[in-house]
Design a protein around this ligand. Structure first.
Ligand code: FES
Length: 265
């Protein structure tokens, strides 16, 4: 087991307060709340955000990047998009100093039933974003265009094509880790239909979609599933999925239905 390392003077940190320290080469977020000290890894398990730079409220720290909250006493993940806890460490006060000893285990609890089994996350959300204006497309954007597949799994092909119908078809696409559809998660920023250049009775469908992090590992699958869900409609000539990272996803973009499904209250 590692030894305790003196990291600060006990009087240095305000109450409440937080600071970044280094222990055995690891970056540790050190907190003081109600006279007690706590230490957790300065790493958000969603996508590596620096927790010590987040907002501290009581015993909760909010990741400054996408808003996941962690319990500073245990390292447990309390809210999406983090699905698993970060490491918490032993702290003692001795000789006027704050001493930290690293632990090797992670808190395993998370905000949803899927938390314990998901090694990483990437969720997404934006239902309110659909109604709250178009996102800027100035930042990273990956254009993906595809011819529709031969058949549609949606069963909506008999209905006339509209933006509303596209949203319905998109509800068939589920995040592979969270098992919640991408509309309720808030991944869809917008849907645009325009006449196809090569067929009078068909339309080109452009879909603006976000991810919870630029390196989301499920991104390629979500793009492929989106094309498959929409591209099978008889009046679709092509589906273009444009990945938009500005504005970034935040947890408040999820619908109540998604929150219910994930057990977030
Ligand atoms: S990196 Fe912390 S919530 Fe995304």
């Amino acid at each position: 087991m590692a030894d305790f390392v003196r990291v600060a003077e006990a009087t240095e940190l305000p109450d409440p307060g937080k600071t970044l320290v280094e222990v055995d080469g690891d970056l540790i977020a050190l907190f003081r709340v109600d006279g007690q000290f706590f230490a957790i890894d300065d790493v958000c398990t969603h996508d590596g955000g620096p927790l010590v730079e987040g907002e501290l409220t009581d015993h909760k720290i909010a990741c400054p990047r996408h808003g996941a909250k962690f319990d500073i006493r245990t390292g447990a993940a309390l809210t999406m998009p983090a699905l698993r806890g970060t490491r918490s460490h032993d702290v003692k006060i001795e000789e006027g100093g704050v001493w930290v000893r690293l632990r090797s285990d992670h808190a395993t609890d998370g905000p949803s039933a899927h938390a314990a089994v998901a090694p990483t996350t990437h969720a997404s959300g934006v239902l309110s974003g659909i109604a709250s204006g178009q996102p800027s497309h100035a930042s990273s954007r990956i254009a993906e265009a595809a011819a529709p597949p031969a058949s549609s799994p949606s069963g909506n092909s008999s209905q006339s094509l509209s933006e509303e119908l596209v949203y319905e078809m998109l509800k068939e696409v589920k995040d592979p880790e969270l098992f919640v559809n991408i509309v309720d998660l808030g991944l869809i920023y917008g849907v645009m239909l325009s006449p196809a250049a090569d067929a009078v009775d068909k339309q080109h469908v452009a879909i603006d979609m976000t991810m919870t992090s630029p390196a989301c590992p499920a991104g390629p699958q979500l793009i492929a599933d989106t094309k498959r869900a929409v591209g099978g409609h008889a009046n679709v000539s092509a589906v273009e999925v444009r990945i938009v990272m500005d504005p970034p996803w935040t947890p408040d973009r999820m619908t109540d239905a998604a929150r219910d499904q994930l057990g977030i209250f």
